[in-house]
Write a protein that binds this ligand. Structure first.
Ligand code: GLU
Length: 284
C-alpha cells in the first residue's frame, strides 16, 4: 500500500492540507504501507522555494516522515513529454491556440440553444481548434485531448471510491462516455507555458511512484474521471481513490491557499501543538 500527499508550493499549507496529509499518512501506517511526499511544482510562475521549504518544515512538525528524495514535478518534464508524444502519435491530441476569452465567447455563442457547460476544468471546450492538423512533429503549442477519439473503444470509466464525492458518491463510480464528452470535453493536457498539465502529471507521477491509494479533498472528485481515462489511455494501473471532506472556515467557505489566516505556520507561531491541529480538523 502506497499513499501520498502532493502539495503545490504556491502558498502556505493550511488546515485542509494538514487534514489531507494526516489522512494519507495514517492510512499508510495502519496498512503497514508507505507514505510518500511529492512536490507539484509544474507551475513555475507560482512555485517558490520558500514555500517548498515551509511544506517540509510544517509536515515534520506535524510528525510526518517520508522517504527521501521526494519526487518533484519540475524534474519530470521529459517523462511528461514522452507520454504526450505517445498520445500525439495516436492522433489523440491537437494543438490549440485559443485564449481564455476566445473560449468564453465561442462557448456562449448560441448553439442549438444549449447553455455553456462547466466541467472539472472550467468551460467545456467548444472545439474551435479540433480540426487543426495532427500529423508531423508535436508542436510547441497547448495540446488538447480529443475526447471523442480517445473514447473510441471506451464506453465507461470506472474507479473505486473509498471515501465520498461531494454528492456522497461512493463505492464503484461509473462515468459514461456521454458525461466525458459533454461534461468534461477536450481538456488541455499540455499548457503552452508548462509543457504539461496537472491532470497528465498527477497520473504519470502516481504511476511512477506506485501509488495505490490516492487521498485528497472532494474538490478533486470530478477530475478523477479525467485521471482514470488517462490511466486507461496510457496503460497505467488505477489506484483506489479516497476523497475526503473539505475543511471549511466559520462561514462554511472552503479554505484556499490565500487563506493565510489558517496557515499552519500561523497556528505554530501562536503556540498551537500538532495535537491541537489534529483536533481542529476533526482527527481527535
Ligand atoms: N497538487 C494538488 C493540490 O495541491 C493536489 C493533487 C492531488 O492530490 O491529486 O491541490
Amino acid at each position: 500500500m502506497i499513499a501520498r500527499f502532493a502539495p503545490s508550493p504556491t502558498g502556505p499549507l493550511h488546515l485542509g492540507h494538514a487534514f489531507s496529509a494526516l489522512a494519507a499518512y495514517e492510512a499508510a501506517r495502519e496498512a503497514g504501507g508507505t507514505f510518500l511526499l511529492r512536490i507539484e511544482d509544474i507551475d513555475q510562475s507560482r512555485a517558490r522555494p520558500h514555500w517548498e521549504a515551509q511544506i517540509y518544515d510544517d509536515l515534520r512538525w506535524l510528525g510526518l516522515t517520508w522517504p527521501e528524495p521526494v519526487m518533484r514535478q519540475s524534474d519530470r518534464l521529459p517523462a511528461y513529454r514522452v507520454a504526450l508524444e505517445r498520445l500525439w502519435t495516436r492522433g489523440l491530441l491537437y494543438p490549440c491556440s485559443c485564449r481564455r476569452r476566445d473560449i468564453e465567447e465561442a462557448a456562449s455563442a448560441p448553439q442549438e440553444g444549449a447553455a455553456p457547460v462547466v466541467g472539472p476544468d472550467g468551460l467545456v471546450y467548444p472545439g474551435t481548434c479540433r480540426n487543426r492538423p495532427r500529423s508531423g512533429d508535436m508542436p510547441e503549442d497547448a495540446l488538447r485531448l480529443d475526447m471523442r477519439n480517445a473514447l473510441k473503444d471506451i464506453d465507461i470509466i470506472l474507479f473505486m471510491e473509498t471515501g465520498a464525492g461531494p454528492g456522497g458518491e461512493t463505492g464503484e463510480i461509473r462515468i459514461p462516455r456521454h458525461t466525458l464528452i459533454h461534461g468534461i470535453g477536450d481538456i488541455v493536457l499540455a499548457r503552452r507555458d508548462m509543457g504539461t498539465s496537472y491532470h497528465l502529471s498527477v497520473v504519470l507521477d502516481d504511476a511512477a511512484q506506485g501509488v495505490t491509494h490516492v487521498h485528497r479533498g472532494q474538490d478533486l472528485f470530478a477530475a478523477t474521471a479525467i485521471h482514470v481515462l488517462l490511466q486507461r489511455l496510457l496503460g497505467l494501473p488505477v489506484p483506489l481513490y479516497h476523497h475526503h471532506r473539505l475543511i471549511r472556515d466559520e462561514a462554511g467557505k472552503r479554505l484556499a491557499k490565500r487563506d493565510d489566516a489558517r496557515a499552519l505556520a500561523k497556528y505554530r507561531a501562536e503556540g498551537k501543538s500538532p495535537e491541537e491541529i489534529r483536533a481542529m480538523v476533526g482527527l481527535g
